[in-house]
Design a protein around this ligand. Structure first.
Ligand SMILES: [Zn+2]
Ligand SMILES: [Zn+2]
Length: 86
């Protein structure tokens, strides 16, 4: 039996943190700040799939803003949710 095709939680977190931190060629690791954000986002995304306010809340975490996430972070958040649900 192989579990190779099932993304582990660690893998998921790593991918999410890279999306938040910004993907660049050769970059394999997000910074600590983005790792923490990814952890919060992945947990909330799983807990609140039916929540209408999920995207604004997650975008706020990603941006680190006080309820004023910028366009770039909105975009990252929607990308993240697609990745998490795909
Ligand atoms: Zn970062
Ligand atoms: Zn932002």
């Amino acid at each position: 039996m192989s579990t190779a095709t099932i993304p582990s939680r660690a893998n998921l977190l790593r991918e999410a943190s890279l999306t938040i931190c910004g993907r660049r060629e050769g970059k394999t690791k997000a910074c600590n700040s983005c790792l923490r954000k990814a952890d919060a986002v992945v947990r909330l995304a799983r807990a609140g799939e039916q929540n209408r306010d999920l995207v604004p809340r997650l975008a706020d975490i990603v941006c680190g803003s006080a309820s004023q996430p910028c366009r770039a972070c909105w975009y990252k958040t929607t990308t993240l949710l697609l990745e998490l649900r795909g």
